[in-house]
Design a protein around this ligand. Structure first.
Ligand SMILES: Cc1ncc(COP(=O)(O)O)c(C=O)c1O
Length: 388
């Protein structure tokens, strides 16, 4: 067991009754729901079933969800809008670019981005913007040097990158990109769902304007829960395309809802749209508070120790590692491309090792709850596929 593994063993025993039955290395698809979150959701629904619910029951989960999300990324609670997924957040960012009010019309993204970070921008291409897609390098990683050169030309309205690439785990240099964007007056947008919760990130150090993150993967939260960070000074610079009824000063007093006034809230709640899936945010804040309790720095260190073992195995057997091994580019995603990859993936699935097959490679996504013993089990299965 790793040092961290020992430390995490208590949490693992408390939160995941299934541990020991299967090896779950698939947080990049969706994370398991911790026991505390499941129970909190069940208790919330039971109070509703009982007709015992009061307003406080659904106000508190929202407040705690915004605070927990903010703490994960170094933001303030009032910069957090609760959103059902990542995609909504990228659309909020596209709205910000659309309403920026200058004559810049270029959106910059990399090729091979996950589609949630592509289609909202392609929609802008139908509105007098052009979307420039920078080809990836031979290894399939975004070419940040080319993006930086393009940003320096000064006519780019927005740059949008994944914090961590879904198909190979490449971690963006958000600090360098964000600094260049800030210097050039370019909106810097980050799709953070494949990193937040596993890899530390600080929105101020990275000069991020808008960060979108669904809760379903590394945050181990229910589908339908997530958040979008909008930098404080930017919040009042644009308005959501879809105005939500609770997003106005006039509707904060529930006893006088028909005193209509178009006075949008001046915090990020202006980007929320109507009633939220409150039961899902009960799960969200419990799950995120658990990650904060354990500590994302410690989680990332643990994940890397687990990955190192797989990398060592792959190198010893000359198996291709698709992910970057550059320290600054590592993340919670490690992709290997063994020969006869589909057969190997099938063997892993048959052995109840949960991982994913993406873009021709096997994607391993270990999290804090995984142990070195589980990685040894994976290696046993992999070896079984190779040693004749
Ligand atoms: C980089 C990235 N962005 C977004 C998503 C999902 O977007 P959403 O939360 O809107 O479903 C995924 C995976 O499903 C992803 O890997």
């Amino acid at each position: 067991m790793t040092e961290r593994g020992n430390e995490f063993a208590g949490y693992r025993a408390r939160e995941f009754a299934w541990s020991g039955q299967r090896v779950y290395l698939n947080a990049a698809s969706f994370g398991p729901l911790p026991d505390r979150s499941k129970h909190a959701i069940d208790a919330f629904n039971a109070r509703r079933w009982d007709a015992a619910m009061t307003d406080e029951d659904f106000i508190l989960p929202q407040t705690r969800s915004r605070a927990a999300a903010a703490a994960l990324i170094g933001a303030e609670s009032n910069e957090i809008a609760l959103t059902p997924n990542t995609n909504i957040g990228i659309n909020i960012a596209a709205t910000a670019a659309f309403q920026a009010g200058d004559d810049r019309r270029v959106i910059l993204i990399s090729d091979r981005e996950f589609p949630a970070n592509v289609y909202p921008w392609l929609a802008l291409a139908r509105q007098d913007f052009s979307v420039e897609i920078i080809p990836t390098d031979d290894a399939g990683f975004p070419r940040e040097d080319e993006m930086l050169e393009r940003i320096e030309e000064g006519d780019v309205a927005a740059v949008s990158v994944s914090f961590v690439q879904y198909s190979n785990g490449f971690r963006a240099d958000t600090e360098t990109l964000g600094t260049a964007c800030r210097r050039n007056g370019t909106l810097f947008v980050v799709d953070a769902i494949q990193g937040v919760g596993a890899v530390p990130i600080d929105v101020r150090a990275s000069a991020i304007d808008i960060l979108a993150c669904g809760g379903q993967k590394w945050l181990c939260s229910p589908w339908g829960s997530g958040f979008t960070y909008v930098r404080r000074d930017l919040i009042t610079e644009f308005e959501p395309l879809l105005p939500g009824w609770i997003s106005f000063e006039a509707t904060q007093d529930f006893t006088r809802l028909t005193d209509y006034r178009y006075d949008m809230l001046e915090d990020a709640r202006r980007f929320e749209i109507g009633s939220l899936a409150f039961q899902d945010f009960v799960g969200f804040h419990n799950s995120v508070e658990l990650l904060l309790e354990i500590g994302v720095d410690r989680i990332f260190e643990h994940i890397r120790t687990l990955e190192d073992r797989l990398i060592g195995w792959a190198e010893a057997r000359s198996i291709e590692v698709v992910s970057s091994l550059d320290d600054e580019r590592r993340s919670g995603i490690l992709c290997l491309q063994p020969p006869d990859v589909e057969n190997v993936f099938g063997r892993l699935m048959a052995a109840d090792v949960r991982c994913a097959y993406r873009e021709g490679a096997i994607r391993f996504a270990p999290h804090w709850y995984n142990t070195m013993e589980e990685i040894e089990r994976v290696i046993e299965v992999l070896d079984g596929a190779y040693v004749k």
